[in-house]
Design a protein around this ligand. Structure first.
Ligand SMILES: NC(=O)c1ccc[n+]([C@@H]2O[C@H](COP(=O)([O-])OP(=O)(O)OC[C@H]3O[C@@H](n4cnc5c(N)ncnc54)[C@H](O)[C@@H]3O)[C@@H](O)[C@H]2O)c1
Length: 395
């Protein structure tokens, strides 16, 4: 029997690859999304963002008729399974919005049925799964509710959806059973927990990664202040030494997940999270640190600075919470002019071409370590925290 699935938030960075993966595994899937432009783009066979290996899958499932996108919430009533993966940002004061998912789900109440399985997949503030259960019950809607967090990294969806174990939790045994069967279509390993354990597992996963990046960035600053190239130190540490093999390199630790999830966890713990807050200070402080080092070397007020790479990470077109934009803002106060370029970003009209930035800038800064920049050949100074060019990372 073909399983009918609706993915709410199904044209987003996480929802779309998931919807496509199910549609490619003999499910009948609709991506329901409130963004009409993204829905049109998807239905016309194009991805709204970069995701490697997605194009042939999208073409295949659209041709097969197992997938479509829609802005009509009535598609939800036709599904057996409703997966919710809307965004869960923190606000400008770093407060999580614990209502983001409950409100989105409550707005769907007229389309929910008692025989459906509702799967929450957004990264949520701890307690939200039970809150959704309570809210729906108050509205007279009782159905199976599961929380199954997404752990893929952007750009790796079409390998990691099938290779990562899936954490499955639910408000009832039946919800766990149904969610396990569902994700069994994608992956062979299921890890069952309670909803509260799964909620913390997801936040701890992202926070752990954020803390590791902060440690590497602080090591970088210490070595750099001492005139030592951290890239050489890190090589010495990690070379054939298994206990340090997971030490990341330095660089901008940004994007839509790690920072906000660390702040969600801090808020959950009554803002008592020294390690998380310290990591935020270090990671968010790296652009300021680099500019202060640049100021010590050069009179920025008479120089044009070029930033190569505005996405939040390499080989991505996603600029959400990118620290390259923070770097740009700081440099605009200090420098004669700031010129920016990116190989992949298409939704920022202020960006110049690579050649324009290379030709017009006096100093270059690598903002995102896109592979293209490894072969940059120039006599101009390049601030290169990642040591992408192989000339050292000292500033
Ligand atoms: N981006 C990642 O790499 C990643 C990885 C793991 C988990 N997550 C989590 O997944 C969730 C989604 O993140 P994302 O990066 O895909 O966000 P996104 O902004 O790319 O996608 C969210 C989508 O939901 C749509 N939407 C918002 N409200 C809606 C509503 N009420 N009804 C229908 N559609 C609605 C938006 O139009 C958008 O297309 C977040 O909780 C995030 O923390 C993200």
């Amino acid at each position: 029997m073909v399983l009918k699935i609706t993915v709410v938030g199904g044209c987003g960075h996480v929802g779309l690859p998931l919807a496509m993966a199910f549609a490619d595994r003999d499910c009948d899937v609709v991506s329901y999304d409130i963004n009409p432009a993204a829905v049109d783009t998807v239905n016309s066979g194009r991805m709204p963002f970069m995701e490697p290996d997605s194009a042939p899958v999208l073409a295949r499932i659209l041709k097969k008729g197992s997938f479509r996108a829609s802005t009509d919430p009535r598609v939800i009533a036709e599904s057996e399974i409703v997966i919710v993966v809307v965004g869960t940002p923190v606000d400008e004061h770093l407060n999580p919005d614990a209502e983001a998912v409950p409100s989105a789900v409550a707005s769907l109440k007229d389309h929910l049925r008692p025989d459906q399985l509702l799967v929450l997949r957004s990264t949520v503030y701890p307690g939200v799964t039970r809150l959704v259960e309570r809210r729906l019950a108050e509205l007279g809607v009782v159905l199976d509710i599961a929380f199954c967090p997404e752990r893929i990294a952007e750009g790796k969806a079409f390998t990691e959806l099938f290779s990562l174990p899936q954490i499955v939790s639910g408000c009832s045994e039946q919800a766990v059973k149904r969610a396990s069967e569902l994700f069994g279509k994608l992956t062979s390993q299921i890890v069952v927990t309670s909803p509260e354990e799964a909620e913390l597992a997801k936040l701890f996963t992202n926070t752990w990664r954020y803390i590791k990046f902060a440690a590497a960035n602080q090591f970088y600053m210490i070595a750099n202040d001492y005139g030592i190239d951290f890239d050489r130190v890190r090589h010495a540490i990690t070379f054939d030494y298994p206990r340090a093999v997971d030490m990341p390199g330095p660089g901008f630790a940004a994007g839509p997940c790690l920072f906000k999830d660390t702040m969600q966890l801090a808020a959950f713990n009554n803002n008592n999270f020294t390690l998380g807050h310290a990591s935020m200070m270090v990671n968010e402080g790296l652009p300021l640190y680099l500019v202060s080092k640049m100021e010590q070397k050069w009179d920025l007020s008479v120089l044009r600075i070029g930033i190569l790479g505005m996405a939040f990470k390499s080989e991505s077109d996603d600029i959400r919470s990118s620290l390259s934009y923070k770097l740009k803002r700081i440099l605009r106060f200090k420098a004669l002019e700031v010129l920016c370029s990116d190989e992949y970003v298409s939704d920022d009209p202020s960006l110049l071409t690579f050649d324009e930035v290379m030709n017009k800038s006096d100093i270059l800064v690598i903002g995102a370590p896109h592979n293209r920049y490894r072969t940059v050949s120039t006599d101009k100074p390049v601030v290169d925290v990642w040591n992408l060019l192989g000339n050292g990372s000292v500033v």
